[in-house]
Design a protein around this ligand. Structure first.
Ligand code: KG4
Ligand code: ZN
Length: 378
């Protein structure tokens, strides 16, 4: 509908320069320039390389998105940008660009949360998010279970990883198997040829006394690496497909089991899965089966919307505009550890959001910890 907010979103938290344009819940453009090839030889994202690549890709990607959407920049109702969490230098490029465009065009600026964006993007595929929605957020830097009564103002963390993120585990195991970077897509593909029950790898934090909604993948990663080492030391060939399938099964089993349990415990009927790992075909299949068995409606965006992109930022920005949330101040800064409980960064001098929601500004060190593991040099 023409009266729905038209918003451009900019995402630069990691190695993808994403620019998306949405009108309400409709996707009009999704332009992504990735620097992933430039990081591959390092086996992980190098922050300085990512920042420079964002700088070079920014203007052409914005122009490409506007052209793809067939809209003029002057028609926009707002510019949204990932304010955090993410790599500080990379975020800064997006925030600076968003400010420049918003200021020059005289449009409101919305600094939004990367994690809430990963959830909100599903509106572009499956329509308005049910309230509340349970979200399993699984990416290279995060693995969390979040209860979202209102994605623009109220996101509550139920649990998260105490060590590695799920995507990080995929990337590390791929490295041990010499499969390249990023590891998720290649393990997903190779696992299809393997037997998921070939090797019984450990399921972290699934004991009766363990935290119900927290995750741990570090023990699994070590177990898989040791298993591979032992094979190599014995001069035996490593069955790459079986190892990939069995490792992937262990990750996906724990993720889906805990997500379904959280839905049941909280009485929530809708589960959304977002973030790069949500592109995993086995995760999607197992979640579908377990949700069906539990009477839960599953929502997973198509793979291209699961990995980092600008459309997700635009989707959350459009929701902020639609709900009358206050815009960000011109001195908006990138916050590498922006807590998931802050879906956006409102102007501190504004009267508050339309519904008067308070905003927490406590910074979670978990985020810093998870993100610092994401790059090689931290
Ligand atoms: O959300 P994302 O694009 O970036 C972050 O915000 O971290 O997630 C990237 C992560 C990487 O660790 C990558 O290996 C993983 O998502 N990933 C996958 C798949 N596609 C991407 N993991 C498992 N299976 C996949 N098909
Ligand atoms: Zn992400």
């Amino acid at each position: 509908m023409a009266d729905e907010p038209l918003v451009l979103g900019i995402e630069t938290s990691c190695d993808e320069t994403g620019v998306g344009i949405v009108r309400g819940h409709t996707l009009l453009a999704d332009a992504v320039a990735s620097s992933v090839d430039e990081h591959a030889r390092f086996g992980g994202v190098v922050p300085e390389v990512a920042s420079r690549a964002h700088l070079e890709a920014m203007v052409p990607t914005i122009q490409r998105a506007l052209k793809e959407a067939g809209v003029a920049a002057s028609d926009l109702d707002g510019i949204a940008v990932t304010a955090g969490p993410g790599l500080a230098g990379a975020l800064l490029v997006g925030v600076s660009a968003a400010k420049a465009y918003a200021y020059a065009l005289g449009k409101p600026l919305y600094g939004v949360n990367h994690l809430a964006s990963h959830i909100c993007v599903d509106q572009l595929e499956h329509g308005p998010l049910p309230e509340p929605t349970m979200a399993l957020l699984v990416s290279g830097g995060h693995s969390s279970l979040l209860l979202a009564p209102d994605i623009t103002a109220d996101v509550r963390p139920l649990g998260s990883t105490i060590d590695d993120a799920a995507g990080e585990a995929f990337d590390k195991i791929a490295r041990v198997l010499n499969l390249g970077f990023p590891g998720g897509p290649v393990i997903d593909r190779i696992a299809r040829e393997g037997n998921p029950d070939a090797i019984a790898f450990p399921r972290g934090l699934t004991g009766p006394r363990d935290a119900a909604y927290d995750f741990s993948f570090s023990g699994l990663k070590t177990a898989v690496a040791r298993w591979i080492e032992a094979k190599r030391a014995a001069g035996e060939e490593v069955p790459v497909a079986d190892v990939s399938a069995s490792f992937q099964e262990a990750v996906v089993d724990v993720l889906t089991r805990k997500a379904v349990r959280a839905c049941k415990d909280e009485g929530v009927e809708h589960l959304m899965i977002g973030g790069g790992v949500a592109a995993n075909s086995r995760l999607r299949a197992m979640a579908e089966r377990r949700c069906e068995d539990a009477g839960i409606t599953l929502r997973v965006p198509r793979p291209k919307l699961c990995t980092d992109n600008g459309a997700m930022v635009a989707a959350l920005g459009a929701e902020m505009v639609a709900r009358g949330r206050s815009a960000s101040a011109w001195d908006l800064s990138a916050d590498s550890s922006l807590p998931v409980t802050d879906p956006h960064v409102p102007d501190p001098d504004a009267d508050g959001d339309a519904d008067g929601h308070p905003h927490s500004h406590t910074h979670s060190h978990d985020h810093v910890h998870e993100l610092s593991r994401k790059n090689l040099y931290a």
